[in-house]
Design a protein around this ligand. Structure first.
Ligand SMILES: [Zn+2]
Length: 418
């Protein structure tokens, strides 16, 4: 169900300005097994607003978390890259913050316990919290105590009563996904021991704009964070951002380190440096998302004109069945042009896309009659691997289009471009 806020998620101010107008889309990851009657597929608004008080960028209309996360099926352990990422994450935390045997680590949005398993190897006590019932119960049966639900100040108080205070609380892909950031932050304040650390990772809107990465805008994300509003927000609750690291995931993200105000860690220069850069780039001015808007229009124009000028080719496929791909399909107005979506993942094959009910099939289909086929690579971050895996398609006259961040076409003269 669609919910609507009328105040900022961080500072509760009700003066908000439209910053980016986007086409409404269906719920981006609602790929489904049965072909649905289109009449019942709702399109939800995706516009981004900026708070005129603290500067925070956010959706005001959003879908209730229960609809999005309770039946969540993605498991962290299915991604080798993520498993390695979390292995070194745990090692860094233990070494940098001197965590000792029996210290308590709490992870908000712990999924299948991949990160907590690494912490457990250091003999730390671990508790996970995750709303996806079946993933959470599997994690618990594998020895990672996982509470099914959403983190809040109430749940934090219960955890504190039962297990004591936490030395470390982490939250990856949560701070951009949750509507109740105030309740979550009050809970963290209460649960964290005096010298404890809270660490979270989110996409960084400055990098989204710079790299023109707009496909991470979909309904799972409610907020697009930057440092200045977060710094003010945490200080309201006597918490202090003392360090920020820039990381490369999702087209540019930040890992933010928080302690109690007056805590043991000295603030690193990077915190003020990033805030100054945000200000000097006029991130908090009225047309700060214009570049992103222009980038989307340029990708749409280039892709649609290319398809129009090459309409002799009959069949257009999309490559990649993920939530980011749904955003690209709709923002580039490709959703009615695509015959099928291709994906190597067999679990996704035979599903239908949200909205237009486009069937997901195996990429094998492009190996025959290649010269009448065009493939738009929606999973653009994997474009190089996809092209390399399908070189024969190009050799036989097929064409790959990579629509973003900058439009490229790979056709007969592909060797020149590779
Ligand atoms: Zn605000």
């Amino acid at each position: 169900m669609l919910k609507k806020r009328d105040s900022c998620r961080l500072c509760d101010n009700d003066q908000l300005a439209l910053a980016l107008k986007l086409k409404a889309t269906p719920i981006a990851d609602a790929f489904h097994a049965e072909k649905l009657n289109k009449k019942f597929e709702t399109l939800y608004p995706l516009d981004i607003f900026r708070c005129l008080n603290c500067g925070h960028f956010q959706h005001l209309e959003f879908i209730e978390a229960v609809e999005l996360f309770d039946e969540y099926i993605f498991r962290t352990s299915s991604s080798k890259g993520l498993v390695n990422h979390f292995k070194s994450y745990a090692k860094n935390c233990v070494e940098s913050f001197g965590l000792r045997e029996n210290n308590l680590v709490v992870e908000i949005g712990s999924n299948d316990g991949t990160l907590l398993k690494f912490f457990e190897k250091y003999k730390l006590r671990v508790i996970g919290i995750d709303p996806a019932k079946s993933i959470a119960s599997d994690a618990t049966s594998e020895g990672i105590n996982t509470i099914v639900g959403y983190f809040s100040d109430e749940l934090a108080a219960k955890i504190r009563n039962r297990y004591g205070q936490a030395s470390l609380i982490c939250a990856n892909n949560v701070f951009a996904h949750a509507d109740n950031l105030i309740s979550i932050t009050k809970g963290i304040k209460n649960l964290l021991e005096p010298s404890g650390i809270f660490i979270f990772e989110v996409s960084y809107i400055v990098d989204m704009i710079k790299n023109c990465v707009f496909d991470t805008i979909y309904h799972e994300h409610l907020s697009y964070h930057s440092i200045k509003p977060l710094k003010i927000f945490f200080s309201e609750y006597q918490l202090h951002i003392f360090n920020v690291e820039k990381i490369n995931t999702k087209g540019g993200s930040i890992r933010v380190y928080v302690q109690h105000s007056g805590g043991p860690y000295i603030e690193k220069d990077i915190v003020q440096d990033l805030i100054q850069k945000e200000e000097s780039q006029k991130l908090y001015s009225h047309n700060s998302l214009q570049n992103l808007n222009d980038g989307i229009s340029a990708s749409r124009h280039a892709t649609l004109s290319w398809l129009e000028n090459n309409c002799g080719r009959k069949t257009v496929y999309g490559f990649g069945a993920s939530p980011t791909c749904t955003t690209i399909l709709y923002q580039l107005q490709l959703e009615k042009q695509i015959t099928n979506i291709l994906d190597d993942n067999e679990d996704k094959q035979n599903l239908f896309s949200p909205g237009e009910n486009i069937e997901v099939i195996s990429p094998k289909i492009i190996q025959s009659d290649s010269n009448s086929k065009i493939v738009v690579i929606l999973a653009w971050q994997y474009a190089e691997a996809i092209i390399n895996n399908n070189i024969n398609f190009l050799k036989q006259g097929g064409v790959f289009l990579v629509p973003m961040p900058k439009f490229k076409a790979f056709g007969e003269n592909f060797e020149k471009w590779l």
